[in-house]
Ligand binder design. Sequence first.
Ligand code: ATP
Length: 140
Amino acid sequence: MATIKLELVTPEGGKVFGHDIDMLIVRSTAGELGILPKHARLLTELIPHAMRVKFDGAEHLVAISGGFMEVTPDKITILADSAELPDKIDVERAKAAYKRAEDRITAYKSSPKDSEIDIRRAEAALARAKARLLVKNISF
Ligand code: ATP
């Protein structure tokens, strides 16, 4: 079966993941995308989520906090703000980030007008924490 190369890099961690894969399912600002070998060229922005990477008959989850993806027919390159494979995720840290973001969102909703909370920032932090907990298979 044909495969496509996936290279995932971050400014901080360099190459986080590199493998020939069967399929990648990602969430972009335009919605969910499934990338198979020989995909048309594409450049898109990704939002924080748990990416699904399929190879060798299994599906692997990778947490990504947003970034850019370039697709050519034989290669996918993702430059992510940050990205973690399951073994790199600190669950307690992600749970604490989730709680902080949730509390900020609740406080904002109770009085949006006089709130000093940056709601977009809190929502993005919540999405990053959710992605990390999903990758670790932890419900929230
Ligand atoms: P926190 O509030 O806990 O810092 P965050 O979502 O604001 O979370 P980021 O700005 O996305 O953190 O990431 C900063 C750095 O910390 C990145 O290198 C990222 O990989 C790492 N990181 C963040 N959260 C975790 C986690 N739960 N486990 C492992 N690494 C993490």
